[in-house]
Design a protein around this ligand. Sequence first.
Ligand code: GRF
Length: 217
Amino acid sequence: MRKPLRVVVLISGTGRNLQALIDTCADDDVDAQIVGVISNRPGAAGLQRATDAGIPATTIDHTEFESRAAFDIALAAAIEQFEADVILLAGFMRILTPDFIAQFAGRMLNIHPSLLPKYRGLNTYARAIEAGDTEAGASVHFVTAELDGGPVVLQGRCPVQADDTPEILAERVMREVELRIYPQVLRWLAQGRLQPAARGFLFDGVEHLAPLQVEAV
Ligand code: GRF
């Protein structure tokens, strides 16, 4: 029997995505285990979610490091100690160095609250509203050295309403999209259905250059 997929989740905040991933691993048909949660912010609410689920939770406070590179070296060492197969960034609000990203190339994914390639970076909801977009969404992608620029695996969409504030839209994107797509991708990873490729990704052994869409899977 294959060993369960060992997953480390990196967080900075509330951890709603983390909770969805924890709940997914609790499903009998998902052969994955979150073996560690690491936050760069002391007291992040997500740490408590991990502890409540019996998952080792660690803080590596980036403010205690002299440089981005020094923080990333400590972070990488912690991830290696957990013997992670896969690293999932779930609201992890740090830009990572190219060396760190190279160390975990092809086995690190992120969730971003926009329909990438639209709105990389911050303030995605306000930017979607300002642009007059009628739909918003979220994307799960492999992490590459380009910020929010790696191959997108899965996207989901939801409407933008005329009177939306960024906060209202953020809640809709989280509830209707994010909490669905990251668990789905974790299931695929656990089933061995998803691999990185030179361009795009492999899903069931077939190369995809464009993201899968949640309504189609
Ligand atoms: C999510 O919207 C995620 O897409 C973004 O940060 C937020 C994290 O929320 N990168 P949570 O910590 O999962 O509740």
